[in-house]
Design a binder for this molecule. Structure first.
Ligand SMILES: [Zn+2]
Length: 570
């Protein structure tokens, strides 16, 4: 059947995404299976695509790589990357060595849009940052300054109100830019900046309380380290209180073959790794080494640095982010997980070595570089020029400033980008990150029976011997954290005997413990480096059976798949 083609130049709303998922599934029935993991708060499906070559084995008998995306409403480039990865694997099978090997030997579970309601709100209203639709943005707030597209131009930006006590002034270099007033500066025209909106409830005409949207943040709704509001903004009423988060958690727990994970976010151009809550010195050394090695591979492919969330991506170390998917998947289950912040507009604007944490006041030089990028490559659509507006409560203000959706948060789609250079960013972002995840997926532990033999001892007695080998990069226990928490099953070798065959010696199923991966052997052996462990072991049985009997031997491990061989007695 012909490939199902997708135009990745524009972002997709829920119905388009759903149509494309059904389209690729129909075009590749041997390889793709689409299912709904449950309904969102407002009744949309949380889709999961399972990819593997079903002719080479069942999905749950292969080590799997889990990808989820679009848990945060406005991060639409993430579901684009996940959908692209589905499309790429299916359309490159047979042509690309890595894609072919992965579909033959491993499984992918890809959830392109964990938060379909939030995504739809973000794609169709002025409220881009919102939760999962449990609370509709703007409707649940009854007091304080609440965000709203008060001038009706389709975006929520900033309001600037003249105020002699204001923190901001107009830049002398570009009148669009607001720059911070110096601590001891007096004598100019100053402004106070607010998010575009209106004050609700009983207002005394003076006090401006700024309301945080009660929108939730599903990536704080996971059980490991969960803490309630107000300690952790957006955490939800209790762990997994949100149906979409619960659907992902149930799926992960029901698939103990998951051996690697990727969660997609925007923005920053960063591969984030654990720990989220403590210094690198608290991580098991072997796990930190693994994260650094796989992280270096990631950086080599995408150009994004790989950093610890706690060490380099936490504005206040006394308030680390808690309850995220990556904290649960690594700190509890020991699965190597990266959380990638796709896309960095500052690099696109030519800013060298941009700050890693994006929400901050930028230097005037950086702001000017971003405006130049906006003017040259986005036709100026990323910045709303300041326009006078008679505000019902503040009086005469001006509304303007950066829009975020297709400037900062996501690479510009074709309809926003005005140059080939800018149109290339989206394709580069989704392709390079897809390629990294394929390489990460290929690190999985993978069991193979490399030798299976029956030796006739006479009198219908046979000695059956097999060698079971981990041919993967990761050990069968994946990480020290998984070993500590017992979340990666050991290697098991087992016989299946037909009627008439009898086991004389040896347990039917033999526990071979864990088998090392290639990761330990990062240098030639030396007594001063870490120990090397074996990556293969033998299992033996004594059976009595008639010549011509066929016996099946299998090797399996929780995260390393199942491999079978048939032995004919002669
Ligand atoms: Zn995010």
């Amino acid at each position: 059947m012909a490939n199902y083609e997708i135009d990745f130049g524009e972002y997709f709303r829920y119905d388009d995404l759903t149509r494309h998922l059904h389209g690729v599934e129909a075009a590749h029935p041997t390889f793709a299976h689409l299912e709904s993991l449950g309904k969102s708060w407002r009744g949309r499906d949380v889709w999961c695509m399972t990819l593997t070559n079903s002719a080479t084995g069942a999905h749950n008998e292969k080590p799997a790589f889990y990808i989820d995306a679009h848990i945060h409403a406005e991060e639409v480039a993430t579901s684009h990357t996940a959908l692209y990865t589905i499309w790429y694997l299916l359309t490159h099978y047979g042509a690309d060595t890595l894609a072919t090997w992965l579909l033959d030997n491993t499984t992918f579970y890809i959830l392109p849009r964990v938060n379909p309601d939030g995504a739809e709100i973000s794609l169709t209203t002025a409220h881009h940052w919102c939760g999962n639709g449990r609370y509709l943005p703007g409707e649940e707030q009854t007091r304080g300054l609440c965000q709203r597209d008060i001038d009706g131009n389709g975006v929520i930006v900033q309001m600037r109100a003249p105020d002699p006590a204001g923190e901001w002034k107009i830049s002398p270099d570009d009148p669009r830019l607001m720059v911070l007033r110096s601590p001891g500066e007096i004598g100019g025209d100053y402004y106070r900046l607010y998010r575009e909106g209106e004050i609700r409830g009983d207002w005394d005409g003076v006090t401006v309380e700024i309301e945080k949207p009660r929108d939730g943040n599903m990536n704080r709704n996971y059980p490991m380290g969960w803490m309630p509001d107000p300690r952790q903004y957006g955490a939800g009423d209790l762990p997994l209180s949100e149906p979409e988060a619960m659907a992902t958690a149930r799926f992960i727990l029901a698939h103990p073959n998951i051996a690697g994970m990727q969660c997609y976010h925007t923005h920053g151009g960063l591969h984030l790794r654990p720990s989220l809550v403590s210094a690198d010195s608290t991580l098991p050394r072997a796990d930190l080494a693994l994260y650094k090695t796989i992280g270096a591979m990631a950086s080599g492919i995408t150009g994004y640095p790989t950093i610890s969330v706690y060490e380099e991506f936490t504005p206040d170390p006394d308030m680390p982010r808690t309850g995220s998917m990556m904290q649960w998947s690594y700190d509890e289950m020991g699965i190597i997980t990266f959380s990638t912040e796709l896309w960095n507009p500052e690099l696109a604007a030519g800013i060298a070595d941009p700050a890693k944490y994006q929400i901050r006041a930028r230097s005037i030089q950086d702001e000017i570089a971003l405006l130049k990028y906006n003017d040259e490559h986005l036709g100026g659509k990323g910045f709303i020029n300041w326009t006078p507006f008679d505000h019902p409560q503040f009086g005469r203000v001006e509304i303007g400033g950066w829009t975020h959706m297709y400037t900062f948060r996501n690479p510009p789609p074709r309809s926003i980008a005005t140059t080939d250079h800018a149109r290339g960013f989206l394709q580069t972002t989704i392709h390079n990150n897809c390629i990294f995840t394929l390489n990460h997926a290929a690190c999985a532990p993978l069991l193979r029976i490399t030798h299976a033999h029956a030796e006739s001892l006479g009198a219908d007695l046979y000695k059956i011997s097999v060698i079971v080998k981990n041919v993967g990069y990761l050990p069968t226990h994946m990480t020290q954290m998984a070993l500590k928490h017992g979340t990666a099953g050991t290697v098991n070798a087992a016989l299946t005997l037909p009627d008439g065959a009898e086991l004389i010696m040896g347990a039917v199923a033999q526990d071979l413990g864990h088998l090392a991966g290639r990761d330990e052997r990062s240098a030639p052996w030396s007594p001063w480096l870490r120990d090397w462990h074996t990556s293969f072991r033998k299992a033996e049985w004594l059976v009595r059976a008639a010549a011509g009997t066929t016996i099946t031997v299998s090797a399996s491990a929780g995260r390393a798949g199942t491999n079978r061989r048939e032995i004919s007695l002669s």
